[in-house]
Design a protein around this ligand. Structure first.
Ligand code: NDP
Length: 256
């Protein structure tokens, strides 16, 4: 029931494009307040405008606060001072969407740069952990909260050229499973969303800007779009409080 989102406060990492952007807009439509974080300030501001327009068009009676905050999830100092940048009345968040993710290249092990390896772990694993830790005490104290982590099909299997990316997403799967069990005697929910191929900026970044190489991956199948995943995230968040969608594995119809 979408009314369960009314007046809720959602924090999304990586809200400047792709799945994070689509998710922010869908929560806005549903009458939530959204704190949008990422590194690109201009892109965040653009998404904030879209959230405001979607909220207005939907005639949502509650929510409607959309706050962009620059946050690099790999930066310990920015994480430590992050809450100071959140307006007081929005500090009690209800839903944390750990979406920020980084992948570069489909490089074989011999070709991966150590810098890229560090960056993938820092964003996909450290960042997700650090944001979760930032809010977990408050969730426990308030006996509420929902943590939604972006895993991937790459967290269920491994493919050539994806050694480290797959390792980070397997880590997201392990982290989400352990967290769910740590919180089993609380009302806090933990959901891991595991998308297959979704066409976003990610697809092109993966191929270092080579769009034709990126498009080749989709030969013979129609990839998902960011909105498909946003719908699953918002669906999970709007289940009755006693229902936890622990893992949601979403594929394009022709992806095996
Ligand atoms: P995008 O590249 O469109 O989005 C990635 C987002 O992460 C951007 O908003 C980017 O914002 C943000 N980001 C990257 N690094 C950092 C950082 N250090 N700190 C804060 N934000 C950061 O890709 P998607 O929307 O496709 O990806 C979103 C999530 O979905 C990722 O976790 C990805 O692994 C996962 N996923 C994607 C799939 C796909 O096929 N596209 C499949 C399965 C999972 P900015 O650059 O402004 O910081």
């Amino acid at each position: 029931n979408a009314s369960r989102l009314l007046g809720k406060t959602v924090l999304i990492t990586g809200a400047s494009s792709g799945i994070g952007e689509a998710t922010a807009i869908l929560f806005a439509k549903g009458g939530a307040n959204v704190i949008l974080t990422a590194r690109r300030w201009d892109a965040l501001q653009n998404v904030v405008k879209q959230c405001a327009a979607a909220h207005k068009a939907a005639g949502a009676q509650q929510g409607g606060r959309f706050v962009p905050i620059v946050l690099d999830v790999t930066d310990k100092n920015q994480i430590a001072s992050f809450l100071n940048k959140v307006p007081n009345e929005l500090r009690s968040i209800d839903i944390l969407v750990n979406n920020a993710g980084y992948v570069v290249g489909v490089d074989r092990v011999g070709d991966l740069s150590l810098e890229n390896v560090e960056n993938m772990f820092a964003t996909n694993v450290f960042g997700l952990f650090a944001l979760t830790q930032l809010f977990i005490k408050d969730f426990k104290a308030r006996k509420t909260g929902h943590i939604i982590n972006l895993g991937s099909i790459a967290g269920r299997e491994a493919y050539a050229g994806g050694s480290i990316y797959c390792a980070t997403k397997h880590a997201v799967n392990a982290f989400s499973g352990a967290l769910l069990r740590e919180l089993v005697d609380t009302p806090i929910r933990v959901t891991e969303i595991q998308p297959g191929m979704v066409e976003t900026e990610f697809s092109v970044v993966r191929f270092k800007g080579d769009k034709s190489a990126a498009d080749k991956v989709y030969d013979g199948l129609q990839p998902l779009v960011a909105e498909d995943i946003a719908e699953e995230i918002v669906w999970a968040a709007s289940r009755p409080p006693h229902v936890n969608l622990a893992e949601v594995f979403v594929l394009p119809v022709n992806q095996a």
